[in-house]
Design a protein around this ligand. Sequence first.
Ligand SMILES: *Cc1c(COP(=O)(O)O)cnc(C)c1O
Length: 453
Amino acid sequence: MSPRLGTGTRPLTRTVPEDTAMARTAPAPAAPTSKRRPALTAADPEIAALVTAEERLQAETLRLIPSENYVSQAVLDASGTVLQNKYSEGYPGRRYYEGQQVIDQVETLAVDRAKALFGVEHANVQPYSGSPANLAVYLAFAEPGDTVMGMALPMGGHLTHGWGVSATGRWFRGVQYGVRHDTGRLDLDEVRDLAREERPKVIFCGGTAVPRTIDFAAFGEIAREVGAVLVADIAHIAGLVAGGAHPSPVPHADVVSTTTHKTLRGPRGAMLMARAEHARALDKAVFPGLQGGPHNQTTAAVAVALREASQPSFRTYAHEVVANARALADELLARGFDLVSGGTDNHLILMDLTPKGVPGKAAAKALDRAGLVVNYNAVPYDPRKPFDPSGIRIGTPSLTSRGLTTAHMPTVADWLDRGVAAARTGDEAALAALRAEVAELMAAHPAPGLPLG
Ligand SMILES: *Cc1c(COP(=O)(O)O)cnc(C)c1O
């Protein structure tokens, strides 16, 4: 099997819509932080106070949404710079604007670090976010009306993998695979049969609610057999891949798409990576195909995050994220929770709350009042509607960034259990008590950029 995407300069096979309605118990409006943000506080006290309130909310709650994280102070610093002021349509060395002496160096550093970290020949760091990055892939490799294949949204796939309400499902013929009813896991025989039948031009693998290791090698074989471009969307697991806690798609996929702000712990942004032969098509699709000027302050922060992700401490982080998720899954199973696929291999846990007698949305809202921030989520074959589904989705990237370890997971599982029980009985006092307990532990585990205690 020949490598499809990269030269693998690193040993790559080493094992290697969320409802954000405000909590009813909103944090007390904080005093304006005139010391930390004097200009903002003077110019716009309303926004300054809201930023401070968000800091407090992030500080006091246990953030369990698997797509969220805490970036470092260095990433925050790079994001808020005068790089913001610069237009730089084009790519380093071939721009449509002058004055790129510095910006070219920033983007080149980000690109080089992405290439080194993931072992790829080409990286484009300009996509504004994960969804535009995926749109660029379609623009590079498909024509409107072409058949594309991805995991169905209610099975754990992403909107941009050809789901109907997305432009990708409206402008392309999206055929969708799912997971098995009995195991909650992907059935690669089903994927292969569907690919043979439908002959998609592009196949997406990866997703937003997939708690199990993705078999990139098997997807690679299927894509090669039917002549499809294989896109590995590692938005959720990029940090695990970079840190060696999930196998890399690089030897198997034609294109790797990722966000930079989930487990990779960078600013909100995205990257597309590929073998050199696809460089031109992808670059042209991002600019001028889809976007205008890149967000240079974000590019700088991406570069910082990539540097951080290449440190030994990030490898430790990635493995701890997985260890925490596995420990939390075991503790939840012991408390009678029904986990989709029976557990997790990565940073994410999807649970069906039907046996607990409370729908996902009601549980998520009650848990939010208890300072346990999750999102309600459909489970595979969910009999309930997407806006009021049966499950919730949680993950460990954020809590691991705050230094929680496997020793804390019995406590976290206990909180979730008590929170869900209180949601069922409508016990607001129990939720308020939980919130105080959560805040106490979180005060002992500060995060970058957040006020202490
Ligand atoms: C989060 C995510 C995206 C989209 O990223 P945005 O930055 O929210 O547009 C795409 N694909 C997958 C698998 C994701 O998890």
